[in-house]
Design a protein around this ligand. Structure first.
Ligand SMILES: *Cc1c(COP(=O)(O)O)cnc(C)c1O
Length: 277
């Protein structure tokens, strides 16, 4: 390794060490402010657009789970990290939208998927995870969160929070599917919305759904810009990209086809947190 390369690695390690410390402190403060135990809240680093070398650094700093939002980029990164750290017990989370034809691929590397929002997708993931389990390609069912849409805009993903029958049906299917484990609900505040209102609505829905289940349902809510509000409303998993990793570059390193403008990261923080990719 050249001296220049070593220097850059040391710089990035210092950068990520500082950002992780600051984010953990922010999360601890948010928990303290509402009387919660910070250990009940998972800090999930979102490493999309960032290289496998960053995952390796964060793993050495104690992070054991990582979130990705594009199947192809994630699959490449999972392989690259595994080649470097074959024995590290890393759990990968899929947090982005999942195309049904990618269900098999996702079931091949993901420990958890946060963005399940239809019965058809759920069934495809169940089939894929069941096959992977019987082939010995995975050791546990795929944990899934049902994504809830808080503004009824299906284009941005999620089951409409006002369609309680559908929410109940999908959650019920998640709970009984042999290849899946029903983890809880996930939500993203609508663009331009008040995160407090959005997370309060999401938490109320989690409480409603919870009545049908014995196991405690998790709540995946909160990103770099709104994690304090999400923690106040009971989030048990905050998905933090920018605050840890820095601004995302405009194009994904592993995406060979041109990305559309709607899939690019806007440099404006408000839209970066409101419409994550
Ligand atoms: C990218 C992404 C995040 C992280 O967003 P930041 O604002 O960078 O923290 C969280 N959740 C999902 C679903 C994402 O796609």
């Amino acid at each position: 390794m050249s001296t220049g390369q070593r220097g850059r690695d040391a710089d990035r390690t210092a950068e990520l060490t500082a950002a992780l410390g600051a984010t953990r402190a922010r999360l601890a403060r948010a928990a303290e402010l509402c009387g919660r135990n910070v250990n009940d809240i998972e800090l999930l680093p979102i490493t999309k657009y960032f290289p496998a070398s960053d995952v390796i650094i964060l793993n050495q700093l104690g992070c054991l789970a990582f979130g990705e939002s594009r199947e192809q980029e994630a699959a490449n990164k999972v392989d690259a990290v595994r080649a470097e750290l074959p024995d590290a017990p890393i759990r990968w989370h899929m947090v982005g939208r999942i195309q049904r034809n990618k269900a098999r691929a996702v079931a091949g590397w993901a420990h958890t998927a946060h963005s399940v929002d239809s019965l058809r997708l759920l069934r495809a993931l169940d089939r894929a995870a069941t096959e992977a389990l019987s082939a010995g390609a995975r050791s546990h069912p795929l944990r899934i969160y049902i994504q809830i849409s808080l503004d009824g805009d299906a284009g941005r993903g999620g089951v409409d929070v006002n369609d309680q029958d559908l929410v109940d049906e999908i959650c019920g299917s998640a709970n009984t599917a042999a290849g899946l484990e029903f983890a809880g609900l996930m939500g993203i505040p609508p663009l331009q919305s008040d995160p407090d209102e959005a997370f309060s609505r999401l938490a109320a829905e989690r409480d409603r759904v919870q009545r049908d289940y014995q196991h405690r349902l998790e709540l995946s809510a909160g990103m770099s810009g709104d994690l304090e509000s999400a923690v106040k409303h009971g989030s048990t998993c905050v998905r933090v990209g920018t605050a840890l990793m820095g601004q995302r570059p405009l194009t994904s390193p592993a995406v060979v086809t041109p990305v559309t403008s709607s899939s690019q990261t806007s440099p404006l923080p408000r839209s970066a947190e409101g419409s994550p990719r």
